[in-house]
Design a protein. Structure first.
Length: 441
């Protein structure tokens, strides 16, 4: 057992009373039931890729690292049951062996499946909601140690359990609606930012998957579009992958971040180096390999979902905030899009969304920047990504979700004693009302 647990970014730290990695589902049920009987809280962890304290606990920390197998595959229907601890990059390989794939993914694939859906992780494309919308059913280990099978036959519970930040129980297995494996052709191209913002709606409506990044002080947008193709995958060689994925996207960025940390006044000039090194690039490969990118440079992040129509204005205002305050930001704004979903507390609930993510290099100041961005996003009714930093409380958040009360009622029913609560869930979801009434929360 580790003395302390740290997230991927290294800036969320806790000391659980007990750290357990159950061997199988029966073991998981025993661990949860024993903890609840002893009056301890339980938090499940996957890869620790959330930037909030969502996984932190001084109770029992349950790792899903041993629960990473495919349980059942039905190729005809595309339904695949898989254990919740499987990492997304592992799942891509496992599904490919059966000629299947997830229909969409985000740009990082190190998260566990359970963690990714629980925080409403998303990719990009107006026809593609967040990853939790690919869930057909799931098995949830509740505070009693029982397994609750949840699917569309109980619509509200199903919509609550798909995105719940671990507050309803521990996800043991997930049944996914998969699609036949496919090839993507990806084109990366730097273009003038003003041109990209002016044509944003056109890009979105013409392409399946489209996104862009822009570094402050550069006036350049690094666009990325991916389309399905009938061509066969042509994976890049190891040397090409190293030069592109490691050297260009990580080592150069890392060097600029370190230099900017030492000499903040030089950041505008440092950022302008990157557009001079980039050119148009194409890649054709299996879909899951095209979506995901390596992230070797450590950072912390805030991301908000706002109504799609406010995207251009929000990006413009954030860049103006950075440049007017002369903030030494060496990471780009990342701008992606998602279709509406019906998860009760999904950030894209009921609306097409523009997701804007802001980052800072590890060990550098972020609060002033993030609070300024959050103020901008609040003006658009923004909803934070549940795995990314934000400063909102349940009192503010409940006003932004039309079915907040439905989620609260389901949470009270499934976890009346607050076994799966921690500081983060109490802050953003509120205390469990039944537990509060009995004086245990």
């Amino acid at each position: 057992m580790p003395d302390v647990w740290r997230n991927w970014a290294g800036d969320q730290i806790c000391a659980p009373a007990r750290y357990v990695a159950p061997r199988d589902e029966a073991d998981l049920r025993r661990v949860v039931a024993d903890a609840a009987a002893a009056g301890q809280t339980v938090r499940a962890i996957g890869s620790g890729h959330s930037f909030t304290d969502a996984a932190c606990t001084d109770g029992v920390m349950v790792s899903l690292d041993n629960l990473r197998k495919i349980v059942d595959v039905d190729r005809a229907s595309g339904l695949v049951e898989v254990q919740g601890g499987v990492k997304l990059h592992e799942l891509g390989e496992l599904l490919a062996q059966h000629g299947l794939a997830m229909e969409n993914l985000g740009d990082i694939a190190v998260q566990s499946l359970a963690g990714a859906i629980s925080t409403a992780t998303h990719g990009t494309g107006l026809n593609y909601p967040n990853l939790s919308q690919q869930v057909h059913a799931l098995e949830l280990v509740t505070a009693s140690g029982d397994v609750l099978s949840i699917d569309g036959s109980d619509p509200d519970t199903f919509r609550a359990a798909r995105v719940a930040i671990g507050s309803l129980g521990v996800i043991a297995t997930v049944t996914l609606k998969c699609v036949p494996a496919y090839t993507l052709k990806r084109v990366d191209e730097p273009l003038p930012l003003d041109d990209v913002l002016g044509a944003m709606d056109d890009y979105l409506e013409r392409h399946e998957h489209w996104e862009f990044f822009t570094f402050p002080y550069t006036g350049v947008a690094f666009t990325r579009l991916s389309e399905r193709t009938d061509a066969q995958p042509e994976p890049p060689g190891r040397a090409v992958r190293f030069l592109k994925d490691v050297v260009a996207e990580n080592l150069v960025l890392g060097a600029i971040c370190r230099a900017g940390k030492l000499a903040p006044a030089a950041v505008p000039s440092l950022n302008r180096v990157l557009p001079r090194l980039a050119g148009r690039e194409e890649r054709t490969d299996r879909g899951d390999r095209v979506f995901a990118n390596q992230r070797l440079v450590r950072f912390t992040e805030m991301e908000y979902a706002i109504p799609r129509e406010h995207g251009v204005e929000a990006v413009t205002r954030i860049l103006a905030l950075i440049e007017s305050r002369r903030l030494p930001i060496t990471f780009p704004l990342e701008v992606r899009f998602a279709g509406p979903d019906d998860a009760l507390i999904g950030p894209s609930h009921g609306r097409e969304s523009c997701y804007i993510a802001v980052h800072t290099y590890r060990g550098t100041a972020f609060e002033s920047y993030f609070r300024g961005v959050e103020q901008i996003m609040t003006g658009y009714g923004g909803r934070p990504h549940w795995g990314k930093r934000h400063y909102l409380t349940s009192a503010e958040l409940q006003e932004r979700y039309p079915e907040w009360e439905t989620f609260a009622n389901i949470r009270e029913r499934l976890d009346p004693d607050g076994v799966f609560a921690n500081d983060y869930t109490r802050r953003v979801l509120g205390g469990v009302r039944a537990a509060a009434r009995s004086g245990t929360s």
